[in-house]
Design a protein around this ligand. Structure first.
Ligand SMILES: [Zn+2]
Length: 277
């Protein structure tokens, strides 16, 4: 049994251990299979036949695991390991807890249209990258789970990423506790009123014209009002007509900038969005 000597093995050593793949599905009394509803955040090819899978489990938090044989033409995972797929997943924890072993995954929701369309899958990729950055491993986060699920479903239903990605960015910032005051300047405390506010990825707040730094982008009163709508209403109840508002992109950019600011990391997928709205 591989488990016996594996406690000191690094994730990489496990990943290249061919013997371990052959034991997938083997019964073990010490580590019974766990089951959770999950969202697939990302997958990477691993060796010739396997996939490394990052997923957000509703009951487990973000985890990484190995889906043995997932790269083979005929495999038992089907389309369950696609970007942001909503699945029921069974896995076995290993002693190191670095990587779990994925036994089975069943698809709960289809995102066929979104996953197969380039521009829609760009939106899913942004959601995936942000989620990977802001969610610590092994921490259950029901609110983020529901937000990611809702965002992916709405990209699929609307056939558009504009509203879902802006909503996702806003709510990610809010749930993380990073949302600044939207009514007063972070530099002097003066109210914006109907005036334009400004933001960038180097500062956590909104600033008025007097405290605007070079390179900061506007957040108009319309964008700030849209934030209030986002705060009060579910994405699935928002009118697609909001896509026409210039404030939508301003709000999305502010949200993504604040995520970059607080995670101290520039997003790779963000540049792909620039042409979308
Ligand atoms: Zn000011």
């Amino acid at each position: 049994m591989v488990l016996r000597g594996a406690c000191l093995a690094s994730a990489k050593a496990y990943a290249t251990d061919d013997k371990s793949s052959q034991n997938v599905g083997a019964p073990t009394l010490r580590m019974p299979a766990r089951e959770t509803e999950a969202i697939i955040l990302k997958t990477f090819p691993l060796g010739e036949a396997d996939r490394l899978v990052s997923f957000l489990g509703r009951n487990s938090g973000r985890m990484r695991g190995v889906a043995a044989g997932a790269r083979r033409l005929k495999n038992r995972y089907g389309s369950t390991l696609e970007l942001l797929a909503h699945v029921q997943i069974w896995y076995i924890e290993r002693e190191t807890r670095d990587l779990v072993r994925i036994q089975q995954a069943d698809l709960l929701d289809s995102l066929n249209k979104a996953q197969s369309d380039y521009s829609l899958s760009t939106g899913l990729a942004v959601v995936s990258e942000v989620s990977e950055q802001v969610l610590p491993e092994h921490e259950v986060n029901e609110a983020m789970f529901r937000l990611i699920l809702l965002t992916a479903r709405e990209v699929e239903r609307r056939g558009s990423t504009a509203l879902p990605v802006a909503y996702f960015a806003f709510w990610t910032v809010r749930l993380a506790g990073w949302l600044p005051r939207f009514d007063v300047c972070a530099g002097c405390g003066n109210a914006f009123g109907k005036g334009i506010a400004f933001q960038d990825a180097f500062h956590p707040g909104l600033y008025d014209a007097a405290h605007r730094r070079p390179g900061m982008k506007p957040v108009s009163v319309e964008a700030r009002e849209l934030a209030e709508v986002f705060a009060k209403q579910g994405l699935d109840h928002l009118d697609e007509g909001l896509v026409a508002l210039p404030g939508l992109k301003e709000l999305r950019e502010a949200g993504l900038n604040w995520i970059e600011h607080h995670t101290e990391r520039k997003m790779h997928t963000r540049a792909l969005l620039e042409t979308e709205i």
